[in-house]
Design a protein around this ligand. Structure first.
Ligand SMILES: [Zn+2]
Length: 201
């Protein structure tokens, strides 16, 4: 016997695909949406369908943006010769919140995870190296997380940068080992950026 209407069941299934959302939470959210006025559900649906149409990747830093270049890359007050390398767009947002970093970013869109088939080619590594080879960069601040995959990715990049005419720095300590930088508090993250350390290459 069908106890949940199929349309509601479909919504629950879609929501379950989101990270961190189990069946129970998905059901609660679906019922919430259903109880609200139809106009709210429609507005949510329209926002979702517009998302991929209006947002693209910035051709320079690979951040999600409605413009190319993005607002950060297009800002003449930013130092484009200082490039902060992060794993995910969420890390960029965390660093921007500290308001201490005045350079630009390069988003890798992931970390090396050989077991999951994610190698350098799956990340925006080649694009980063091209930028550096062109002589457009003075300093690379490696701001990957201090998790095992984050550290492995930073080590891999350091190897690749060896011998290139670029200063390589890493976020200073203060970020607890194993921590994803987007969860670090603003003050700790700001201090880690300001006291970044040169890496021997
Ligand atoms: Zn950009």
């Amino acid at each position: 016997m069908q106890t949940v209407p199929p349309a509601l069941e479909r919504l629950i299934e879609e929501l379950t695909r989101l990270p961190g959302i189990g069946k129970k939470t998905a059901t609660r959210l679906a019922l919430y949406i259903l109880r609200r006025p139809a106009s709210e559900a429609l507005s949510l649906a329209e926002t979702l369908s517009e998302l991929h149409k209006s947002i693209r990747l910035c051709g320079s830093c690979f951040a999600f943006s409605e413009t190319d270049p993005c607002a950060i890359c297009g800002d003449a007050r930013r130092n484009t010769r200082l490039v902060c390398v992060v794993e995910e767009p969420g890390d960029l947002m965390a660093i921007e919140k500290t308001a201490v970093f005045r350079g630009v970013y390069h988003i890798l869109h992931g970390v090396l995870a050989p077991m999951d088939g994610i190698g350098p080619r799956e990340l925006k590594v080649r694009e980063l190296l091209t930028k550096i080879r062109k002589g457009d960069v003075d300093e690379i601040l490696l701001a990957t997380s201090s998790t095992v995959p984050g550290e492995a990715t930073a080590s891999y990049l350091m190897e690749q940068l060896e011998g290139m005419q670029v200063r390589v720095t890493r976020l200073a300590c203060g970020i607890p080992m194993g921590m994803d930088i987007k969860y670090a508090d603003e003050h700790t993250l700001a201090r880690a950026i300001e006291s970044r350390q040169s890496m021997a290459s």
